[in-house]
Design a protein around this ligand. Sequence first.
Ligand code: CA
Length: 752
Amino acid sequence: MRLIPVYSISVSLLTLTFFAAQISAKEYFVESEQAYNEIASNLVAGDKVVLKNGTWKDFEILLKGQGKKEAPIVLTAENKGQVVLTGQSNLRLAGKYLVASGLVFKNGYTPSSAVIEFRRNKKELAFHSRVTEMVIDNYNNPDKQESDYWVGMYGQYNRLDHNHIVGKRNKGVTVAVRLNSEQSQQNHHKIDHNYFGYRPTFGSNGGETLRIGTSHYSLSNSYTMVENNYFEQTNGEVEIISVKSGKNTLRGNVFYEARGTLTLRHGNGNIIEENIFIGNGVEHTGGIRVINKHQVIRNNYLEGLTGYRFGSGFTVMNGVPNSPINRYHQVENAIIENNTMINVSHIQLAAGSDDERSAVPINSVMKNNLIVNDNQQQPFTAFDDVSGIKLSGNIANTDVIPELKYGVEKNNVSLTRLKNGLMYPTSSNIKAGAKRDLAIIDKNKTGVSWYPKTPAIIAFDSGKKHSVDANPKALLSAIDKARSGDILELSSGQYDVPKLIKIDKTLTLTAKEKGKVKLTFERSTLFELHDGGSLKLEGLTISGESSPDSTGNSVVRTKKWGMVDNYRFVMTHSKLLDLNINHSFHFFVTGKGAFADEITLSNNAFENVTGDILRLNSEIEDLGIYNAEYVTLESNTFNNIEGGIVKLYRGGSDESTFGPHLSMTHNTLNNVGLGKRNKANASLYVHGVQVTSIKNNRFVQSAPIVVEHTVGEPKTTITNNTFDVENALSITELRVSGPHTADVNNNKVLAK
Ligand code: CA
């Protein structure tokens, strides 16, 4: 161990002056965990601990002591960004006036409940402390359903600023402000200038990026300031931010292509102002959702948001009369003024109105808002009596629904994009909308300058093309050597693959000449997707003729359990033949815990399959978890398939997910789903799917389509299909009474 007190090295005059003021302050240059632990319990105000550059494994850091305002206790890196904490490392702060900075957490996960925690334990919390210029990058528990926070804020007057936080994939809020003891309430924390990068769709509740409080303590005030942060593609779930306490201010934050909303879920008297939401038309991008009392929402700018229902661009909810603390409190005294909403598809008032949520918004105002939709569609829906929201001075470029007309002037406002990147009325006579000098925080001013804000997803075909000779050894070697995004172009010929091919990068396999490349395989599957893997197949012929003579083979599968990265699978212009050497030979099988952002099959032909084509039904415990977000089948033919084309299952009653989505267009099915082992007795089986679109398909001699609706007001459209029998559809509502809500029309039944 090497301890270097300040006085033993050459010191500048400045340091000397400082040293004179702080008699005992030292600077420690620490090279090992043991060295750290030897000094850690004796740190005093003004001490500075510098960790040596390099990789530190399994290092649980406790920064503890009583610093002073003018002489904090500091922990930092020799060079910011060059101290990397891996394995089971974490950081806890306890005491006061502590500052930690410059560390990178990656290649591991926390062994405790948070990566960085403003407390040592329930009793020893941090106050007046700061965590700044830290990186937490994909530091995920490998068990995706194992919950942790990346930052847990406790105590009071703490600051979390200029951190780079990206890629949380396991369960749990990214940053949680806890109010679970009096010492953590009225906390006056500040969360500012952080870069919150990509958070993939989690696939159930528990994917919020920031939560302030919990329902249990939600009537306590928090006084947390959330300012000038950048939220980019923080898509975890329907709530990007869940405010669950009172008297917080959220100001000047940017939400860029972020699915979900800033939700005022619990707690009263919050101020939401000058935030910028830019959706760019991305599906499920939302804005602000209002619940509870005395909320102020002003001068926010929302543009290009497509979200609907609880994920709308703007939502005011209905409450539950005498609501229990964890349900929905009535909206009362909301002030919604001077917001700009441009191309916001949905503004929903009294949303969620039902037998339970029957308390309509009261004593509220909505004034001087500017609403412009280029498509001339008015965005409002009123789900109940909205007379408790008084409208005045609002301007929209379309007529609005009759009950709001008195307070919304129709005016075909012309807009100009100003230097700040935002649109404003060309005429300064128009006072509705957000203020003109709204600042939009530069992404580069958030997070740290020394760590790149790289694109979240490596696109297919974004790398180099490599030619592969027609033998399995060449193929395996090429896959091994390829880099993420590369394209492997397979020479014509037959590849008899003796090994299971693990895919742990983004890869395209394409035939040099379509139809001239044939793959057979000798293991129970050909491709297995691992963390980091995404696969695109193009123009290949794949046959099951050499597969083992046993049940349950597949062509593609994910790891059997426990994937933490979402994946993509795309296959086009390929032929799948003779997956029938034994029973239950499936094309694609998901493991438990695996989640696809996308599965797309287009222009393929499947023939003679004894199992299912897409088997996406491994989450059967009804916990609101599912296996794929977007499943798309377009212009494929399916002949003699004993199982179903798709089995997509999303159980449970939770309402925090957007998907799954299924789109099936222009496919032809012939003799599908009639195998005796196909227990679903369906050519297509979807359960709890949120958006289903089945259009222009042809079903011949096939089992029925089975659609089971559960919660979340699922949208199902089944139109322009051709069937050869009556009763080809079975649609049921499992959670609500009454007729099913699917849109079924223009389907034809042809005589055999
Ligand atoms: Ca949630």
